[in-house]
Design a protein around this ligand. Structure first.
Ligand SMILES: NC(=O)c1ccc[n+]([C@@H]2O[C@H](COP(=O)([O-])OP(=O)(O)OC[C@H]3O[C@@H](n4cnc5c(N)ncnc54)[C@H](OP(=O)(O)O)[C@@H]3O)[C@@H](O)[C@H]2O)c1
Length: 329
C-alpha cells in the first residue's frame, strides 16, 4: 500500500507518525507548493517522492491512497481529483464545506469501489466506547456543556495584522469549521439528532467567526455547545446525569475522562494519549476499509453517514449566522 500526503503542516506529520505506529510504513510521496518545503517534509516523514504538481501526483500509478491536510477550501477539489484518478482518500475535517459536495464525492467513490472518509479521531478511537459506557452509568442525562475553547497559536499573528489561513474565510476556516465541528460530532454521536438547533456567532474583522454557541434541543434534554479560538478553556466538557457527572478534558482526542458520582468521588475512565497514537486508529481503519472493502462496508458507511449529518448541521449553524464560505472549484 503506497500513500501520499497533501500539506506539510504539523497535522500531516502527526498523521504520518500515526500511520507508522499502526501500519509500520512511511508515506511514499508528498505534495507541497514548494520543492524545498516538500523535500524537508519528505525527509522528516521518510517519503521517497516530492511533487509540486497535484495532477502529476494524482496520475502516479504507484500511489494507492492520499491523506489530504490542506486548508478546508481545497478539500473538495483535491479529493475529487484523486478519486477521479482511482485513489482512496482520507481527508481532514471538515471533509467538504458543503454537505452536497460530500454526497457527490461519496457517490463517485462508491462507483469506483474507493474509500473516501473524513479524518476524525473520535470515530475510530476506542475511548469513544469507554465514554459511551460511562454515560450509561450516570442515570438520566438532561444537559451537557460541550466545550472546545482553544486560544489559537495563530492569534498573535492576527493581532499583528497578518491574515493567517485559520482566520481567513477565503480558506473556509474560522471557529465553527475548525473547532465547532468536534462539538457537533460529540453531541450528535452521544445524544443523537436534535429536534431543533439555536446558535450564535461572534465575528472577527476578517469575517471569520472567532467563537460561537449552539444549543441542541431534544424533548428530554438540552445540550450546549461552546467553541472559541480567541480564549482558552481551563475546565472540561461536562455531561450531567441525575446519578453522576462525566468530565471530558478533550472532546477532539477523547482523553482524560473522569466519572464523578454524586458524592463527588472521581473514577478515571481514560487517561491521556499522545495525538499521534490517537491518530493511528483513524489511519488503521482507513487502510482496513481499503483492504477489506466489502467486509467493512457497514462500518465505513456509518462513518460517512456521520460526516454527512455533521456537515448538514454545520450548514444549518452557518445559515443561522449568515456565514458564507465557499470551496475552491
Ligand atoms: N485532526 C486534527 O486534529 C487537525 C488539527 C489541525 C488541522 N486539521 C485540519 O488539517 C487541515 C490543514 O490545517 P493546517 O492548520 O495544517 O492548515 P495550514 O497550515 O493553513 O495549511 C496546511 C498546508 O496546506 C498548504 N497551504 C497553506 N496555504 C495554502 C494555500 N493558500 N493554498 C494552497 N495550499 C496551502 C501548506 O503546504 P505547502 O506550503 O507545503 O504547500 C500547508 O502546510 C485543515 O483542514 C484542518 O481542519 C486537523
Amino acid at each position: 500500500m503506497k500513500y501520499a500526503i497533501i500539506g506539510t503542516g504539523w497535522i500531516a506529520k502527526a498523521f504520518a507518525d500515526g500511520v507508522k505506529i499502526s501500519e509500520g510504513f512511511s508515506p511514499f510521496a508528498v505534495y507541497s507548493r514548494s520543492q524545498e518545503k516538500g523535500e524537508d517534509f519528505a525527509r522528516s516523514v521518510g517519503a521517497e517522492k516530492v511533487f509540486t504538481n497535484l495532477e502529476k501526483m494524482a496520475s502516479d500509478k504507484e500511489i494507492d491512497a492520499v491523506y489530504i491536510a490542506s486548508p478546508n477550501a481545497f478539500h473538495y477539489k483535491q479529493s475529487k481529483l484523486f478519486l477521479e484518478h482511482g485513489k482512496h482518500v482520507i481527508c481532514e475535517k471538515p471533509i467538504t464545506v458543503e454537505p452536497e459536495e460530500f454526497e457527490e464525492l461519496f457517490l463517485l467513490a462508491k462507483s469506483k469501489k474507493l474509500v473516501y472518509t473524513e479524518a476524525i479521531m473520535m470515530m475510530h478511537f476506542p475511548n469513544r466506547i469507554l465514554l459511551e459506557n460511562a454515560i450509561k452509568r450516570i442515570g438520566k442525562v438532561s444537559s451537557a456543556r460541550v466545550d472546545f475553547s482553544q486560544l489559537s497559536s495563530k492569534y498573535p499573528a492576527l493581532v499583528r495584522g497578518e491574515n493567517p489561513n485559520i482566520f481567513n474565510p477565503e480558506m473556509a476556516t474560522g471557529c465553527l469549521m475548525d473547532l465547532g465541528i468536534y462539538n457537533v460530532y460529540f453531541a450528535l454521536y452521544y445524544f443523537g439528532k436534535p429536534e431543533k438547533i439555536t446558535s450564535t456567532a461572534h465575528f472577527l474583522e476578517t469575517g471569520a467567526d472567532a467563537l460561537g454557541t449552539a444549543v441542541f434541543h431534544y424533548p428530554d434534554k438540552q445540550i450546549t455547545l461552546t467553541y472559541s479560538k480567541v480564549g482558552q478553556s481551563r475546565t472540561a466538557t461536562e455531561i450531567y446525569g441525575d446519578e453522576g457527572t462525566i468530565a471530558v478534558e478533550s472532546i477532539s482526542k477523547l482523553v482524560n475522562i473522569t466519572l464523578y458520582s454524586n458524592d463527588g468521588k472521581g473514577e478515571i475512565i481514560a487517561g491521556d494519549t499522545e495525538k499521534e497514537e490517537v491518530m493511528s486508529y483513524e489511519a488503521k481503519d482507513f487502510f482496513r476499509y481499503i483492504r477489506e472493502y466489502d467486509l467493512c462496508r457497514s462500518e465505513y458507511e456509518n462513518c460517512a453517514d456521520f460526516s454527512l449529518q455533521v456537515s448538514r448541521i454545520m450548514k444549518e449553524i452557518r445559515t443561522q449566522n449568515s456565514m458564507k464560505y465557499s470551496s475552491k472549484k
